[in-house]
Design a protein around this ligand. Structure first.
Ligand SMILES: *[C@@H]1O[C@H](CO)[C@@H](O)[C@H](O)[C@H]1NC(C)=O
Ligand SMILES: *[C@@H]1O[C@H](CO)[C@@H](O)[C@H](O)[C@H]1NC(C)=O
Length: 524
């Protein structure tokens, strides 16, 4: 089984269920994989043999850094226990997510080597070497584990090349990059779009230590420390002369945000967490975990195609400014089947070609839909109501039908309250789905019952398609289901057996509703 990172929210959970792997693992895929897995055989041999013209630990380490070492039953224990830092990727050749991660891991290995990180990068085919994989504690694929002097800790960074490099450096003794000249800023700015800059007179003292501790604990953002004002100003212009300063820099209209809290690790981390995303974040498979685990639990998602977004982006950024730290604005490409569809399905809008604006309260797993046109002022009002808690939770519903001629009334999500719960009459509700096995037979019975009780003005027969309509009070998992909502106790519907004969159903209805004396015209 392939596994992904732990699920944090309902929505993320849904996504993991619905994400369709993009790779096929046919024979072509296998060739591609083999190429990705190609290792420097010389180094592999040296490590596997261990002896021969014996290399010192340091030499082995420095050689191995050039590539990713392939672990096997012979070398695993030695490599993991004999090095201070080893980042291990456990993979299975047939697992698509492994294949996706493999090239990022290899590229990160090269970058880390160039940076002189004291880290050995290794991978193990857990299918081929199950014993070693189990020794390492690898259960699903892909799994990344960092071994520090032989003890493992789970990987908690992102999955792009830069994400891996940033995380690995944080956890292997270089949580903060120091820049000491204007010249050095150039390369740094070319490489990093988002980073935290800290200006400290000296790289010591409690404030600086808290900054470094925050950098270590954080899992994804690059931290940079500077001691000269003129250098800091290249990274973050307009810093006032001060003995310490922290700010976040992002590549977007809201480029600079200064920190004005206390210099403690937790407060700095909170600042980073609330400010690291751009005004409008584009959802990707790479950032989805990070987005869903944001402390900002109110999330407004705009599903649009690229052309529509172009016109909407600036208005959205304005809205995002208004609700900064309260609402996260997220753009999802409406044509991206894997990312957009699972969400749109929740609203019955999976086939929509037009812009959809929806909101989630991840803390409560509630969903909301903007039902007016997605203009700036409507979106702003929608956000305002979301923050105030005054939006009504969205339930899927078909359009309100015309029931004038119907003997069995068609109920939809929007009419469930009025026609079932608030109706003064008894309601026998048939809950069905278009694909369920026995629904048709039950529907026929309900129609016959409706005819039979036609003279009974107090009993209404109704049906609802549960695949297209939702209501919080309609919690049914088996289809068909027959529910009898009595006029005097709408909160506790009685479930009637759909296996009963017509006669037994009528008898049950009579028993529960005491309609014995009512006129019953048709013979059953
Ligand atoms: C790993 O072990 C060595 C030798 O005992 C020690 O000097 C080093 O500090 C340890 N590394 C970490 C990160 O604990
Ligand atoms: C980094 O990841 C670890 C492991 O998932 C988690 O315990 C920790 O809270 C994360 N750090 C921050 C600052 O979120």
């Amino acid at each position: 089984m392939c596994t992904r990172k732990p699920t944090f929210t309902l929505i993320f959970f849904l996504l993991t269920l619905l994400l369709v792997p993009k790779f096929n693992v046919g024979s072509e895929g296998d060739d591609e994989l083999k190429e990705l897995l190609a290792v420097d055989e010389e180094v592999e041999r040296e490590i596997a043999e261990g002896g021969g013209e014996r290399l010192s630990e340091a030499e082995v380490l420095s050689k191995a850094q050039r590539i990713v070492v392939e672990l096997n039953n012979d070398n695993t224990e030695r490599v993991v226990n004999g090095n201070e830092f080893v980042l291990v990727l456990g993979y299975a050749p047939w697992c698509p997510r492994s294949a996706e991660l493999m090239p990022h891991f290899a590229e990160a290995a090269t970058s880390l080597k160039d940076l002189g990180a004291p880290l050995l990068m290794a991978k193990i085919d857990a299918d081929r070497y199950p014993k070693s994989a189990s020794f390492l504690g690898i259960k699903g694929f892909p799994t990344l584990l960092l071994f520090v002097n032989g003890t493992s800790q789970p990987y908690s960074g992102g999955f792009t090349v830069d994400d891996i490099v940033i995380w690995a450096r944080k956890k292997t003794g270089a949580p903060v990059t120091r820049i000491s000249s204007v010249a050095e800023t150039e390369g740094f700015l070319r490489k990093y779009q988002t980073f935290i800059v800290g200006l400290f007179e000296k790289f010591e003292g409690p404030d600086y230590e808290e900054f470094v501790n925050a950098a270590k604990s954080d899992n994804e953002t690059q931290f940079v420390a500077v001691s000269q004002l003129e250098v800091a100003r290249v990274l973050y212009p307009n810093i006032k002369p001060t003995n310490h300063f922290i700010g976040i820099v992002k590549s977007e209209p809201e480029r600079y945000t200064a920190y004005d809290g206390a210099f403690t690790k937790n407060k700095i981390l909170e600042f980073v967490d609330y400010n690291k995303f751009p005004l409008v974040t584009k959802l990707t498979e790479m950032n989805s975990i990070s987005v869903y685990s944001s402390p900002i639990k109110l999330q407004v998602l705009v599903f649009a195609n690229f052309d529509d977004l172009k016109n909407l982006l600036e208005p959205l950024q304005d809205v995002a400014r208004t609700f900064k730290s309260k609402i996260m604005l997220i753009y999802v490409d409406i044509n991206d089947e894997n990312l957009a569809k699972p969400f749109l399905t929740l609203f019955g809008l999976e086939d929509s070609k037009n812009t959809v604006v929806a909101a989630f309260d991840n803390g409560m797993s509630s969903k909301y839909l903007l039902e007016s046109k997605p203009t700036q002022s409507n979106i702003e009002e929608f956000c305002n109501n979301l923050v105030q808690g005054s939006l009504s939770t969205y339930f899927k519903s078909q359009p309100i039908p015309d029931n004038t001629e119907a003997s069995v009334r068609v109920i939809v999500g929007k009419t469930f309250d009025d026609e079932v719960l608030r109706s003064k009459k008894d309601v026998l509700l048939e809950v069905f789905t278009p694909w369920c096995m026995n629904c048709e037979a039950t529907s026929k019975q309900v129609e016959k019952l409706a005819k039979h009780y036609k003279g009974s003005s107090n009993l209404i027969f109704a049906r609802i398609d549960a695949s297209a309509n939702e209501h919080p009070k309609l919690e049914v998992n088996d289809y068909p289901t027959l529910l009898l909502f009595r006029a005097d106790d709408k909160a506790n519907p009685i479930e009637l057996s759909t296996k009963s004969s017509l006669k037994d159903l009528a008898a049950s209805i009579n028993k529960y509703l005491k309609v014995k004396n009512q006129v019953v015209k048709d013979e059953l």
